[in-house]
Structure formats: C-alpha cells, structure tokens
Design a protein around this ligand. Structure first.
Ligand SMILES: *Cc1c(COP(=O)(O)O)cnc(C)c1O
Length: 384
C-alpha cells in the first residue's frame, strides 16, 4: 500500500532520542529550549513557545488573545477538527464560514455576513499550505477590530509575498496592517506535518503579553516556571494568576524536532515541492480535475488535495484503494458534525467542494516510481 502520509524519521532521530534517554530527563528542559532557539533563529523572531500539540498552541493563543466565553470566532468549516475544538475549548463559539473555491481558504464575503458584536477573532486556516488573501484578512480584522489567530499547521516553511509564515518580517507586516496588534501564528509538529516532533506545536508572536501568558499557561499557570525549567530547576514556591494547562513540550519530542528542522530546508522541503510540482504538471490537463494554484516555489505543501468533478470522486477513490493507493479527504466539514450543529445546507459551497475533494499521497519518502504509478492510475480511471 502506498501511504497517503508518513513520519519521515530515521537514524538521526533515533540518535537524538537516545541522547535524551541517556541524560535521563524526559520532561521540559534543555532540549525544548534548544528547539525553541533553533525555531527562533529559523524564523528570526523573538517569541517561540513550544507546546504539546498544534491544538494546544491554538487553544492557548486564543485565550492569550482574549477569546473566551460568549465570544465568537470566524473560521472556515473546511478544516481539521482541531481548529474547531480549540475554539470551543475556550468557551467561545466557532462560526463556520464558507471557503473560496480556488484555494479553500476562508471566504471573507461570507465571513462578513457573519460578523456580530460578539465576534472577537478570525482564525484563517492555511489550507494545503496556502495563506489565501492575507492582506484582505488583515483589512477585515482591522475594520471589525478582531484578533487574528492563524492556524498555520499546514504552513511550516511556506512563504507569503516572499516572507516565511511566522517570521519577523511576516509578523511586522501584519502588525503594521493591524495597527499594532500582531497576528499570532500556530504551527503543528504532529507526526505527518512538514516537520514533526512526534507530537507538538508552537505559538509564534511578537506580542509580549501573549507570549508571557502562553509560557505560564502551558505549565499549569505556574508563574515564570518556563525559565526555571530551561535551567533544569523546578519551582517549589510560586504563584498562579490564571487557569493553566499541562501543555508543555517534552525533551523527547523536542529532540526529534531539532533534527527535523535541520533536515527541513535541504531535504524535506524540496522533496515536498518537487512531488507537488510533478503532480501539477502531469494532471493539469485532465478535464475532470481542478487543481489548486501552482505556487510550489513559495509554499511547502503539507498535502496535495485536488477536486474531482462529475461525481467521480468516490469511484476514483475506491479504484485507487483497489490499486493499493491510500487517499484522503481534507476535510469533512465541521458544521456537519453533531457538536457543531449538523445543519446540512448551511454552507452549500463547502458541502459541494467537500464531495469533490481527494488528497493524493504526498510525503518525502514517496518514490518516483510510486508517484508515476499514482499518476497513471488517476489518469486511467478518468480516461485521460
Ligand atoms: C494538524 C492540524 C492541527 C492540529 O495540530 P495537532 O498538532 O495535530 O494538534 C490544526 N489544524 C490543522 C488544519 C491541522 O492540520
């Protein structure tokens, strides 16, 4: 079976893990500090706080931005359940919005119709590593005085107008547009993302208050515990000012993350881009396929979704599976889940696109032979 996605780990990650085990301290300590430092260097930013997952990063970023009970957060329905769960975890209500079909990022016309006096924030999801119309999102956020919390789980390494998502330039750019309220960018390092730490995530911000809050809140709210743990110390007498969570990253996970970051620019990123370019090139003339933009020099694709027209998605998916090719569907719309209302017909564009979406295998271990085989089978089924 050709896998849809995969953790790309091996000898180097094993060695890094052994080193942590040899040092016998698996909790939050010097490896986490080193991973954060390397991420800071890579992005050229002041504040990177690593946490236990991308979902935890979103949850803390939302609270840090002041989102809570009775607030509303605008978010596209077509996203991983994590975006929605992070919002409801704060007590706020996710307001599901349509997507723009060309990129599957949030449709601001629809979002605008859904603004109320309770709207506190907007969460753009960088679907398939594309940030969408970010300038318009900033304009929109400024107009309605909203905080922006970016779900950049797919977008590690991706550039927008030449600026890396989450880099200092990128944050400065947003700060200037948002009148001194910067965006907060959240990454995921779960097993199959552009880089992995096993499980993990990070909050990137240049807002010191948000950074301070996230640091303390990720260690059960213990005031300034982060600095102590970096030095291998513990807090025995301390104060707590707000609700906290057990969301810190462990040394084991950070050790994997450090190696992955080292492998990223030279190995993992170009491989993902190369595979996506080839898919695009080979499938662009198939009449029943709609591809997303060919921007694979700017973005680092986490997944390769496409749209299959004429109700052929399910048939193609079954055919590929028969031929030992695993595919995905990103994503089942969240507004159709029981917990989020399950009102069919509420978002017709999203519901239609959902029926067309199919994700082809994309991960740096995919071989040329495997990719050729996938392309051949897709074309064969569609008589192209
Ligand atoms: C992976 C992902 C997350 C959450 O990250 P975890 O690290 O798995 O908690 C959030 N949003 C999107 C769009 C994702 O793909």
């Amino acid at each position: 079976m050709i896998r849809l996605s995969k953790s790309i780990v091996g000898k180097l990650e094993k060695e890094a893990l052994s080193q942590v085990i040899d040092e016998s301290y698996l909790g939050m300590g010097k490896f986490v500090r080193e991973f954060e430092e390397k991420l800071r260097e890579y992005l050229g930013v002041r504040c990177v706080i690593c946490v236990s997952s991308g979902t935890a990063a979103l949850h803390l970023a939302l609270i840090g931005a002041g989102v809570g009970v009775e607030d509303e957060v605008l978010v596209q329905s077509l996203t991983y359940i994590a975006s929605f769960q992070a919002i409801t975890a704060t007590g706020a209500k996710p307001i599901p919005c349509e997507v723009a079909p060309e990129t599957c990022t949030i449709d601001l016309y629809d979002a605008e119709r859904k603004v109320t006096e309770r709207t506190k924030a907007i969460m753009p999801v960088h679907y398939a590593s594309r940030v969408g119309k970010l300038d318009q999102i900033y304009d929109f956020a400024r107009k309605y005085n909203l905080r922006v919390i970016e779900d950049a789980a797919h977008a590690f390494g991706t550039k927008y107008k030449g600026m890396k998502v989450g880099s200092s330039e990128y944050l400065n750019y947003s700060t200037s547009q948002l009148l001194n309220r910067s965006t907060i960018v959240c990454f995921s390092f779960d097993g199959i993302k552009n880089i992995t730490s096993g499980e993990g995530g990070a909050v990137i911000t240049d807002d010191d208050n948000v950074a301070r809050f996230v640091m303390d809140a990720s260690l059960l709210g213990v005031h300034r515990d982060t600095e102590k743990r970096y030095k291998g110390l513990r807090s025995w007498e301390f104060d707590v000012f707000h609700q906290g969570y057990r969301y810190h990253m462990s040394n084991l996970f950070a050790a994997i993350g450090i190696v992955q970051l080292e492998r990223f620019e030279k190995e993992l990123k170009p491989k993902r881009q190369m595979l996506a370019k080839k898919y695009h090139e080979k499938l662009k003339n198939v009449s029943e396929i709609i591809l997303f933009p060919d921007d694979y020099s700017e973005i680092v694709p986490h997944i390769f979704p496409l749209r299959i027209l004429d109700n052929k998605r399910d048939g193609l998916r079954a055919y590929l599976l028969e031929n030992e090719i695993e595919c995905g569907i990103h994503y089942f719309p969240n507004h159709l889940l029981t917990y989020y209302g399950n009102k069919t017909g509420e978002l017709p564009v999203t519901e239609q696109i959902y029926r067309e979406l199919l994700t082809l295998p994309l991960h740096p271990d995919l071989t040329e032979t495997e990719q050729n085989y996938i392309i051949e089978k897709v074309k064969k089924y569609l008589n192209a």
